[in-house]
Design a protein around this ligand. Sequence first.
Ligand code: M6R
Length: 614
Amino acid sequence: MCGIVGYIGKKEALPILLGGLRDLEYRGYDSAGIAVLDDGKIKRIREIGKVDFLVKKIGQQVIKGNLGIAHTRWATHGGVTVPNAHPHTAGEGKLMLVHNGIIENYRELKKELKDQNFESETDSEILAKLIYQNYDAKDKDSLLKAVKKTLPQVRGTYGLLVMHADHPDELVAARLGSPLVIGIGNDENKREYYIASDVTPILPFTKQVTFLDDGEVADIDLAGLKIFNIKDELIAKGITKIEWDKEKAQKNGYENFMLKEIFDQPAVFEDAIRGRINMKEGTAVLGGLAMTPEEMRNIKRIVIVACGTASYAGMIGKYAFERLADIPTEVDISSEFRYRDPVINEKTLVFALSQSGETLDTLMAVREAKRKGATVRSIVNVVGSTIAREAGAGTYIHAGPEIAVASTKAFTNTVAVLLLYALEFGRLRHVTLATGERLLSGLLEIPGKMNRILAEASKIKIIAEKYKNYPNFFFLGRGINYPMAMEGSLKLKETSYIHSEAYPAGEMKHGAIALLSPDFPVLAIMTKNQLYEKMKSGVQEVRARKSKVIVIATEGDEEAKEMADDIIYVPKTMELLEPLLNTIPLQLFAYYVAVGLGRDIDRPRNLAKSVTVE
Ligand code: M6R
């Protein structure tokens, strides 16, 4: 989720690069850097923090040149430090590279490199070194050739841009899984190109762009732009005219960040599981756990601490750890945890879940758990955040920057990581290879299934429009869908300000059912799992009180359709994986109700994205 900018032409590159970085800051801004070819030598400057800090560092230095690359970083590998900031270099400063994405096999590649002088902890630096190793100074076409030779050696994702001091008229770009756009300058005679990870920084200069597709490599040369496909054939790519303004471009064309982030989920889910699956052994590989199999077997209890949406992800983790690993697991709301006497000892593993990694209540819970001798691990989105640092070890969920206050993609990615952990623990206990393989195959199918639900968003919009004026809502679920009911209810509350409550369906008859009436609609999560029949009875009880019922059901379930006033179908998946799909209609429902009521979608009233007060 980092940002890339590049320029080649006749203008001064530096102001274009810095302006572009500012436009991309919304993608993440823990550090930034530029490299410009100035009189045959590349000048590189990097700084941690916002782009303004980089500008300050550049200060009065004169950097002149018409070719340059730049990057704003959202850390994935390695902490937030200047050496970890891009551009990365090889060949004593001759080659510079900026990279978005994750190189999965960077550790193996690192061992094979001739140049073992590394200045960073990043996977991206390995890529720079490898391209340089494949570069032949005697061949004038070698920059392009070196990139092409390197890419098949790499496993993972990339959007990359490379420059070389001996190639003043050339930049090479490549894409696999991480977007890159090339803007074609307005003056054809002058020939100039603007390159970026999205169109935002390009729009002030040109509306004519070419989007690179996966597997493509672009030789961006002042003599002309050449694009090669995955089979290394020279192809003619169409030019798209962009009509968006800058704000819309940052949201990738969506009306607001919440909708963009809901639609981001299939792609970022892949980032959460990438490189963490060992299909052969039917298990997960989460380096961040930093525990030996022996230590993992010694864990007798798991405690998950988290707030809000992260705590509902934690509850799904509880089901997974208990079912797959037979480890008693509790979920504690962080703000309560340190004010009671939690039973914690050296055989307890505490997971602290937090998108921001800065939630004060969760941070305090981490400190309390460490004080009591527990092993603490974080599952966090923001790299280098306080919780990640204080926990000492843990796993990043790789959801990319989440800007809307309502958490969406961070929820799915946290659940993904918890499921992988539960499987890893489970495989050291009773889970069979076949079960492990089935779960992993199920996970790999999730992005495709998410896309199928997202394709039906307009149907959910119609349902939301119908229900938006009810003042109250119930969300019902059972088993693993009970936390989903809570998550759906929270999403509706915080985005639309409608009062809603979540209940395990079987509990309604113990009191809450008294509230039901035709004015009190119910959203029931009734997907086909082991509690399906029980859930059906719950829905019948609701219908008997004449409440309107929206049902989330498994595709093809005709019975559910008959019971529902409105139905939303989701594809079938394994029960443990259902939350990864069921969350999407819940998010969309809350979103469209809030839109219908004219709410401030990305910044709902009274809330903050990161809650750093008690
Ligand atoms: O950054 P964190 O995950 O620690 O934040 C926890 C909650 O504040 C957060 O999930 C909150 O409930 C969201 N607004 C829910 O959408």
